[in-house]
Ligand binder design. Structure first.
Ligand SMILES: [Fe+2]
Length: 188
């Protein structure tokens, strides 16, 4: 039996109810579009659930209504649990921060001791789409440019924050995900 997800319209209502910062909403909408493009490209090689990708991407930063620190993924997931959202959506939201956190890393940053590492393709796609610039990106259809775009985003973060552990390791993990996707996308 397949899961019936809430509609994008319903997700958008929740997003707009919680978030007042129009730039964050714009980022969420742009991430949704980019994630769908990545999903479309990868779907030539793997099975991807487009509805799951789009709704997870749209809601990925919901937790920023409460906090902008690295726990915002976890916090967003908790908010969605109040609406009885399916676990598959909650996990996308919880696991999108940097390249996710292992149980051991999670404890170090004040999260519950369990894995917050993206596992499914849908979780990885949203995690990667989030790192490919803040807003719309017209070169999203060129997988060979994805890694450089992520590198630029991380360079920005490194300029603004002292990137210590476990954040550095988490960023490396995100790069590993994008590399795997690029290889898959370019596979003849
Ligand atoms: Fe985020």
């Amino acid at each position: 039996m397949s899961i019936v997800y809430p509609s994008l319209e319903e997700a958008r209502l929740i997003l707009n109810d919680y978030l007042s910062d129009s730039n964050i909403i714009r980022h969420c909408e742009a991430t949704c579009q980019k994630a769908l493009r990545i999903a479309k490209i990868l779907s030539a090689k793997i099975q991807v659930d487009f509805d799951l990708v789009s709704i997870g991407a749209l809601l990925h930063d919901l937790g920023r209504a409460r906090t902008h620190d690295v726990t915002h993924g976890y916090v967003g997931g908790k908010l969605l649990e109040l609406y009885d959202y399916p676990a598959s959506i909650v996990k996308i939201v919880e696991r999108h921060v940097l390249g996710g956190f292992t149980a051991e890393e999670a404890v170090r940053i004040g999260l519950p001791e369990r894995s917050f590492v993206p596992e499914t393709w849908e979780e990885k796609i949203v995690c990667v789409a989030d790192k490919l610039g803040l807003y719309a990106w017209k070169e999203i259809d060129q997988p060979q440019k994805w890694l450089e775009k992520m590198d630029n985003r991380f360079a920005e973060l490194q300029q603004n924050y002292a990137v210590t552990e476990p954040y550095h390791t988490s960023m490396q993990r995100a790069k590993h995900f994008v590399n795997a996707m690029v290889r898959l996308a370019m596979l003849k």
